[in-house]
Design a protein around this ligand. Structure first.
Ligand SMILES: *Cc1c(COP(=O)(O)O)cnc(C)c1O
Length: 455
């Protein structure tokens, strides 16, 4: 059987990142100050918690931003990543659709996340910093940053949500193997953590609390800054290497996608694949291209939230962004796709959604694991629970093609492997995986706490 696998030479690794803000009819509105709620028109955003080069990228109007040679050197460890055509899965589904996927599980930490972690570590090193502090839920982002900081000789401090720290030790062990300093959050190392522990010493923690701790750690330690793994423009920018490579690989395959799909927690892997193709729609070359961002029904910011200004973190210390949100105080059910449990979404994706340029969809976890198993049994790869959401959307689109007889071309981002999440597959097999029916009242309650924007 012919292997439909499209590989690029190292020389073809992109030299520039693609900045979609340059091609949007209207870019997302400015951030607002977390306390005064005033528009923050002039970067840097106070406090300057990120390396300055990243703050400049966040607001850059340039369409193409050069990737530093040192960053490309590290990315070459696993990039360009392969693109496959899922011929065996197409056959198993008996669909006329042609399905392609970009495989990001080839990076050492096993997902797309090091694409930005490497860039962030590089700029931190260049700025003369000693280390980066961050938060992590299930540990995918934390492991990507520990890996990247290590390669640039920096330290990494990770505040890991307590419940995951105890329930999912393998990612912690990986972070420690790369030299990271991982503490369960809330911890006694920050005022934010001590305040929470004083009230509830047995708390299981949350991503919102962990963000507050990492921010506090960064601003109270000389030579340290904060690092974020999704949502903001510069992270999505760094992820566009995925789509830029995929464009060349689709060309090798002699195809162009009708539909591009990615799962979305904060939106970085999906935007990374989608934006370089969406460029063609925005500039009028491919007006019918469909882009679908797939979220978890347990945290449905795009499909059931509202488009409004909200704080990026629970403690209300970070900037306020206009985005689709279910409210910064919303606590999602403990679904296995830990990376899809963020209350908001990348502001650029939200603006595109509002402008009708992209679509959003949500799925319950059982439907996702069903599709992920069908994919694994045909293509071999056992995908991350987050990725399984994209796989489900592809499955449904392929089935729609079977109904209609249309041979559409579908491309999706296979954002990472699920080797640390096999417990979730086990729960699915044992029929112990709950689907959570989210009551509208719970969302409305969280939305009552949105900031009141001054006129
Ligand atoms: C973190 C993660 C996601 C979700 O994050 P985005 O920023 O939305 O991409 C998706 N897939 C994998 C494998 C992840 O690790």
């Amino acid at each position: 059987m012919t292997q439909y696998k499209y590989l690029l030479d190292e020389k073809e690794l992109p030299t520039h990142w693609y900045n979609i803000l340059a091609d949007m009819k209207e870019p997302p509105p400015y951030y607002r100050h977390p306390v005064t709620l005033e528009l923050m028109k002039d970067p840097p955003m106070p406090p300057p918690v990120f390396p300055m080069a990243l703050i400049a990228q966040e607001f850059s109007p340039e369409r193409w931003i050069e990737i530093p040679e040192e960053v490309r050197d590290v990315l070459k460890m696993w990039r360009p990543s392969p693109l496959y055509r899922a011929v065996r899965w197409e056959k198993a589904l008996d669909t006329p659709a042609r399905i392609y996927y970009k495989w990001e599980g080839v990076s050492p930490p096993g997902s797309h996340k090091p694409n930005t972690a490497v860039a962030q570590a590089y700029y931190a090193k260049k700025e003369g910093l000693e280390g980066l502090a961050t938060e992590t839920g299930a540990g995918q982002w934390g492991s990507a940053l520990c890996f990247a900081t290590r390669l640039f000789g920096l330290k990494c401090k990770v505040f890991m949500v307590t419940i995951s720290y105890h329930q999912k030790p393998y990612r912690r062990i990986a972070m420690e193997a790369w030299g990271g300093d991982v503490v369960p959050s809330p911890s006694s190392e920050t005022q934010a953590g001590r305040n929470i522990l004083a009230v509830d010493p047995e708390t299981s923690g949350s991503l919102g609390i962990a963000i507050s701790e990492a921010l506090e750690y960064a601003v109270t330690h000389e030579g340290w800054k904060y690092s974020l793994g999704s949502v903001v423009n510069f992270v999505l920018l760094h992820q566009t290497v995925i789509g830029l490579e995929a464009r060349k690989q689709m060309e090798m395959a002699g195809d162009y996608p009708d539909i591009v799909i990615g799962c979305a927690g904060g939106g970085s892997n999906a935007a990374g694949l989608i934006y370089p193709f969406l460029k063609d729609r925005l500039t009028g070359d491919r007006p019918n291209l469909r882009a679908i961002f797939v979220e978890s029904a347990a945290c449905p910011s795009m499909t059931r939230g509202i488009y409004a200004y909200d704080w990026g973190d629970t403690a209300k210390t970070g900037p306020v962004a206009k985005m689709h949100t279910v409210g910064h105080g919303f606590i999602p059910a403990p679904v296995h796709a830990g990376g899809l449990r963020y209350h908001g979404m990348a502001p650029s994706i939200c603006a595109l959604l509002d402008q009708g340029e992209v679509e959003a969809r949500a799925y319950q976890q059982n439907a996702c694991f069903e599709a992920a198993l069908s994919f694994a049994q045909a293509e071999g790869f056992i995908v991350a629970p987050e990725t399984a959401h994209a796989v489900r959307a592809v499955y449904d689109e392929a089935m729609a093609c079977k109904e209609s007889g249309e041979a559409k071309v579908i491309l999706f981002n296979n954002s990472g492997h699920g080797h640390f999440d096999l417990g979730a597959y086990d729960a699915y097999h044992r029929k112990e995986l709950p689907d959570y029916e989210l009551e509208q009242e719970k969302i409305e309650q969280a939305l009552r706490e949105l900031p009141e924007i001054p006129a």
